[in-house]
Design a protein around this ligand. Structure first.
Ligand code: SAM
Ligand code: SF4
Length: 335
């Protein structure tokens, strides 16, 4: 039988279908968020990255075998110069109906420049990471960032017709004090806000046991001030959504530490060097670049084998946050 005469869907050893690919296009970033990176990072040489053609070919293989949603991430995806060409190329798969959704996670600093072209590429919504509205705190968290550029990026995205969702990594202290304002800001502009529990990924030079905040506790605290009811609309992802009666907006909770959602996992991640990670909480990964350089058949074989061995669940321990559970940084393969 010729290769892929009847492309079979990607199903793991626990019967979960893989229909969602998160593809990292770079490990580089213009920020150094304290929970994500160390202050001094050593980035990969450009020659180690998958080329644009390889990123497109790999995406095509996943799409042919049942991936319906593709998220471009990083590092910061918009710092890669040719990323818009990749998006333009992938948008043809939206037009043909092979892909349901093409989307992006970004820190927003370069969004103002790219928002209109993203919309033209068929991107309907973007996730923008923003943990605070305070310029000084933003600078402290990101070590380098200028919040005015992110706010301009959000405005440009909305003006271009993109739906924007804000992502914020929850942390103890000032974040809790500011959260009500962040909710009002997001919901006042028709944006969902999703809170993420900090995960122990990579050495950042910070003691995470001092900052980590259980979203269970945070939700209980929020419930004293806001009326939260479970939302019927689901993103199909790990976020649990609540509707905030006072604003009419939605608040998502992604709680990898305090609430395991692995039974519903439909996703895999590919790093910018072409390594396939079937579980964020697992050190293991499989090289796809070598097989891809030889043939589509070999790449597909490597993908199938890795997905068959996708772990049943991650094993993060909230009581042991002082050292990374996994040595790679979040920026190495995207959120
Ligand atoms: N640079 C882009 C951005 O910041 O949106 C995309 C890549 S970033 C790694 C993706 C997401 O991961 C961001 O929303 C970020 O806040 C989140 N993140 C980074 N480090 C994290 C950690 N240790 N635990 C939980 N989320 C983290
Ligand atoms: Fe860069 Fe995103 Fe990591 Fe922040 S979270 S350092 S913006 S990759």
């Amino acid at each position: 039988m010729p290769f892929d005469a009847t492309p079979a869907p990607l199903i793991d050893g626990f019967g979960r279908s893989v229909t969602y690919l998160r593809l990292s296009v770079t490990d580089r970033c213009d920020l150094r968020c304290t929970y994500c990176m160390a202050e001094k990072m050593c980035f990969l040489p450009k020659r180690d990255l998958l080329s644009l053609e390889e990123l497109a070919r790999l995406s095509e293989l996943f799409i042919r075998h049942g991936v319906r949603k593709l998220r471009i991430t990083g590092g910061e995806p918009l710092v890669r110069r040719d990323v818009m060409d990749l998006l333009a190329d992938l948008s043809r798969r939206l037009d043909s109906g092979a892909l349901d959704e093409l989307t992006l996670t970004t820190n927003g600093t370069l969004l103002e420049r790219h928002a209109e072209r993203l919309a033209r590429c068929g991107v309907k919504r973007v996730n923008v990471s923003l943990d605070t509205l305070d310029a000084d705190r933003y600078r402290a968290i990101t070590r380098l960032g200028d919040i005015s550029r992110v706010l301009a990026g959000i405005d440009a995205a909305r003006a271009a017709g993109l739906r924007v969702k804000l992502n914020a990594v929850a942390s103890r202290g000032a974040f809790e004090d500011e959260l009500d304002e962040l909710i009002r800001f997001a919901h006042g502009r028709g944006m969902d806000l999703t809170l993420i529990e900090e995960m122990p990924l990579g050495e950042t030079g910070q003691d995470r046991s001092r900052s980590v905040l259980s979203l269970r506790d945070l939700q209980a605290d929020l419930s004293r001030r806001w009326t939260l009811t479970p939302s019927r609309r689901s993103s199909g992802g790990p976020a649990r959504y609540m509707t905030v009666a006072e604003t009419g907006g939605r608040l998502g909770f992604i709680s990898p530490m305090s609430c395991n959602f692995c039974a519903l996992c439909n996703r895999v991640r590919v790093s910018c060097t072409g390594r396939l990670y079937t579980c964020m909480g697992d050190e293991a990964s499989v090289d796809l670049r070598g097989p891809l350089r030889r043939s589509d058949e070999e790449a597909m074989e490597a993908i199938r084998q890795a997905i068959a061995e996708k772990p049943e669940r991650h094993q993060f321990d909230m009581n042991d946050m002082s050292r990374p559970a996994v040595s790679r940084h979040m920026s190495a393969l995207g959120g």
